[in-house]
Design a protein around this ligand. Structure first.
Ligand SMILES: Cc1cc2nc3c(=O)[nH]c(=O)nc-3n(C[C@H](O)[C@H](O)[C@H](O)COP(=O)(O)OP(=O)(O)OC[C@H]3O[C@@H](n4cnc5c(N)ncnc54)[C@H](O)[C@@H]3O)c2cc1C
Length: 397
């Protein structure tokens, strides 16, 4: 018996939702996607290392982004003095790992959605999951607008604050706040900074860790990590755009003028995203419902792996559903194949975040001293993340 004639309900059309729809289609399973919002998120960029590129290739999508190569990363002290580190991507190459690419989040999601639609997958917007009913022969997803959808199994692709997770695993741990709010701005075509294009320019500011990326056409984005206690989160989120801009200027006033220039240039347009992760859930599935992507293992962005893991999940879950005739067994196998890796990446990102965003001056000095000499070894140590390859021809048993 195969699951080929079964119908999947996918909740969420961020990164992993449409990726899963495409991967399921690849193995002959039809799905429908239900997304709460009506628009595509329009913030930030995503850096993809070779494991994410392997997932894009498996989804037959790499060609859309092939030209987005980002061959370098430079690190700077707060003053703008460059830290003489070996080139990150050159180091990766030494370990036979391809170049990285950088993609605007909104572009990636648009391309994923277009591909899903061209594969015949229906995407329904403005459908916010509120409840799930499991019956012996079907599963029903109920939405806040009073409508519902029926299928044979349901996959929660609804991000770190997953409603699907709350419904099937009500006692599971909540996402953990990391202590930083990510904020940034798209400066558009911006010629003021004379930075090497297509490279990440990361600055260890006195009070915040910040980045600038300029593409070859001078399209420039800037972002920073604002330290904030959990108690102050509400206050910071509620701050007016003007007050937020003032706060950012204050945060970076002792750093290289590029920071304050970026803040002023993007005045009042800075997106604010409190960063959460999910280091561990006791399980990812129950009966005919399973969680993938950030809903199962949200991570902080310090090793740039959340979307990569999400797309890896999509391909592996589709392979499990292709090769294992029982949905629940397929979910069990999927969790077994993915949990160890994803939990280890979440932990690695936590550690990297602590190192990169250190606020104690002694730790900052030590980091600036150590980074140039340890980066090669660190990349080698992280090879297990980047060298992960997906192969449709592999049989899942
Ligand atoms: C600042 C930042 C930088 C990052 N940089 C990188 C990077 O460089 N590389 C990388 O690989 N990863 C990066 N990530 C991580 C990456 O963005 C996430 O891991 C990825 O978005 C996870 O995809 P997802 O589809 O699981 O969740 P999401 O992208 O969060 O999508 C979930 C979707 O579900 C929808 N939804 C939520 N609730 C409901 C509901 N009740 N009903 C219906 N729909 C619902 C949401 O509207 C959303 O569209 C970064 C993250 C951040 C915050």
């Amino acid at each position: 018996m195969s699951l080929k004639n079964k119908k999947a309900i996918i909740i969420g059309c961020g990164i992993v939702g449409p990726s899963l729809g495409i991967a399921l289609k690849h193995v002959g399973i039809n799905s429908k996607i239900f997304e709460s919002s009506k628009s595509t998120p329009d913030f930030g960029i995503l850096s993809f290392t070779s494991n994410a590129i392997s997932a894009l290739k498996a989804l037959d999508m790499f060609e859309s982004f092939q030209t987005n190569s980002t061959p370098g990363t430079c690190f700077y002290k707060h003053s703008g003095k460059i830290l003489k580190t070996p080139n990150f991507f050159q180091e990766l190459k030494k370990h036979n790992i391809n170049d990285g690419i950088t993609i605007f989040r909104s572009h990636l999601i648009q391309v994923l959605k277009d591909k899903a639609i061209s594969n015949g997958i229906q995407i329904n917007f403005g459908k916010k999951l509120v409840d799930i009913q499991e019956e012996p022969d079907k599963i029903i997803a109920n939405f806040t607008d009073g409508t519902n959808a029926e299928g044979d199994f349901l996959i929660g692709c609804d991000g770190p604050f997953s409603k699907t997770r709350n419904i099937i695993l009500p006692n599971s741990p909540s996402p953990t706040y990391t202590g930083n709010i990510w904020t940034g701005v798209d400066l558009g075509i911006y010629t003021k900074f004379d930075l090497v294009p297509n490279a990440f320019h990361m600055t260890f500011g006195k009070k915040a860790y910040s980045g600038t990326l300029t593409f070859s056409d001078k399209h420039t984005v800037w972002w920073t990590n604002v330290p904030c206690s959990e108690n102050d989160l509400h206050k910071f989120n509620e701050m007016s755009a003007e007050d937020w801009t003032t706060k950012l200027i204050e945060l970076h006033k002792d750093d290289h003028p590029r920071m304050v220039d970026s803040i002023r240039e993007g005045k009042n347009k800075h997106v604010r995203i409190p960063l959460y992760d999910i280091p561990h859930l006791p399980t990812w599935h129950k009966n005919t419902v399973c969680l993938i992507g950030d809903a199962a293992h949200a991570t902080s962005p310090y090793v740039g792996q959340g979307a990569a893991m999400a797309m890896e999940d999509a391909v592996i879950l589709a392979m499990c559903l292709r090769d294992i005739p029982d949905v629940n067994d397929a979910f069990t196998k999927f969790e077994k194949l993915r949990k160890k890796r994803t939990e280890k990446i979440v932990k690695t990102s936590q550690q990297s975040g602590k190192f990169m965003t250190a606020s104690n001056p002694f730790k900052q000095a030590l980091r600036n001293l150590l980074l140039p000499v340890t980066i090669s070894a660190s990349i080698k140590k992280l090879n297990w993340i980047f060298s992960y390859k997906l192969d449709w021809s592999e049989k899942i048993k």
